[in-house]
Design a protein around this ligand. Structure first.
Ligand code: NAD
Ligand code: DAU
Length: 350
């Protein structure tokens, strides 16, 4: 029997790579991409799969319970891979309510719709919730987040994601809904929206604009190439155990300042600019309120139990990412026109 998999948020950064991974790796599946096309959603991210026969797009908002229920009863997906979310921490500090609506209420609407259409049998069904390592809070200088780490979210974004994780688990514990969760570290790669650190700096280097580094720049993040995240999602969706969560990461920690310096080095080389040109743009700015000091993922469980390994090193991944942005400057120009200008002005003029 042909499987139907509904992917939410498939027009976003990570979602578009997950859609591509599923459409190409599982040509026997029908893949439905459900996305509201917010400022972060862009069908241009999926031009290459747009006309593939096993792919369909539906524009819908997951906060609209009735519409979601109707779509589920019409399409009857066997699997849901849920990525749709408000994803940017700085925006969650300005407008937490939008994060509650999409990340919490939207997730519950999807859980209800899945529970309703799967009520006769859970056989062959799966709800995969894509989440973040930010639910675990912040680490000091040592230690790693494991799947056993107590939830301790700090930002409105991470609080909303933690809440959605709890609801997903609650539907498993209460209604036996077949669920899996993945909690991944920071992604980077093609199609990354330039509000996030790496693409924002790439865009600013190209335009010789200041590179805003929050606080002292010693905050640490653990970076994974987005295609490696998409592959991990495919693996857990198919091989993960019901009710279980899997941390996803590549054991690749960088202090922000060191990462931006490495980005500047590679960009100068690729743009043929004298060494040190881009690093001169580095500017320390006001810190993010409640800024989590360090994230670092222990990915032992997914590595050992499911045989997962990332495919690229950070240096290779960063180089591929820069090449993608250099080859897609029109994409960058289009997504940074209009609303982006206003957002940037408001965020960085403080
Ligand atoms: P993104 O902001 O690039 O994309 C989000 C997508 O969701 C967009 O296509 C947007 O249109 C869609 N969307 C937003 N609100 C919606 C709504 N109400 N209804 C339907 N669609 C809606 O986000 P991303 O960085 O690709 O993250 C995707 C998921 O992965 C999120 O759940 C995020 O929490 C999680 N995650 C992200 C990272 C990361 O580093 N970016 C790391 C770990 C986990
Ligand atoms: O850890 C996973 C999370 O990673 C995801 O769940 C989020 O959706 C995703 O946005 C990302 O969150 P971060 O807040 O870590 O990513 P961001 O790119 O916004 O910031 C990375 C680091 O860089 C962080 O320490 C803040 C800092 N920063 C960010 C921006 C945008 C700066 O110093 N300057 C900036 O202008």
């Amino acid at each position: 029997m042909k499987k139907t998999v509904l992917i939410t948020g498939g027009a976003g950064f990570i979602g578009s790579h997950v859609v591509r991974e599923f459409v190409t790796t599982h040509p026997d599946y029908q893949i439905i991409n459900l996305d509201a096309l917010t400022y972060a959603g862009n069908l241009e991210n999926l031009r290459d799969v747009e006309y593939v026969p096993n792919y369909t797009f539906i524009k819908a908002d997951i906060t609209d319970a009735a519409h979601i229920r109707d779509i589920f009863s019409e399409c009857r997906p066997d699997g849901v891979v849920h990525l749709a979310a408000e994803s940017h921490v700085d925006r969650s500090i300005t407008d937490p309510s939008a994060f509650v609506m999409t990340n919490v209420i939207g997730t519950v609407n999807l859980l209800n719709a899945a529970k309703e259409i799967w009520k006769d049998s859970y056989e062959g069904k799966r709800f995969h919730h894509v989440s973040t390592d930010e639910v675990y809070g912040a680490l000091g200088e040592t230690g790693l987040f494991t799947e056993e780490t107590k939830y301790d979210p700090h930002s409105p974004y991470s609080a909303s994601k933690a809440s959605s994780d709890h609801f997903v688990r609650a539907y498993h514990d209460t209604y036996s809904l077949p669920i899996v969760l993945t909690n991944c570290s920071n992604n980077y790669g093609p199609n990354h929206f330039p509000e996030k650190l790496i693409p924002l700096c790439i865009h600013n280097i190209l335009n010789s604009k200041p590179l805003p580094i929050y606080g002292d720049g010693k905050y640490t993040r653990d970076w994974l190439y987005v295609i490696d995240h998409a592959k991990a999602i495919d693996l857990v969706f198919h091989k993960g155990i019901n009710g279980e969560a899997y941390n996803v990461g590549g054991f690749n920690e960088w202090q922000n300042i060191d990462l931006v310096k490495e980005l500047c080095r590679q960009m100068d080389e690729k743009l043929g600019r004298p060494e040190g040109t881009s690093a001169e743009l580095i500017t320390f700015v006001k810190d993010r309120p409640g800024h989590d000091v360090r994230y670092a993922i222990d990915a032992t469980k997914i590595n050992q139990e499911l045989g997962y390994q990332p495919s690229v090193t950070f240096e290779e991944g960063l180089s591929k990412t820069i090449d993608w942005f250099l080859g897609n400057q029109e994409w960058l120009d289009r997504v940074t026109s209009g609303d982006y200008q206003q957002y940037y002005e408001k965020q960085y003029s403080k």
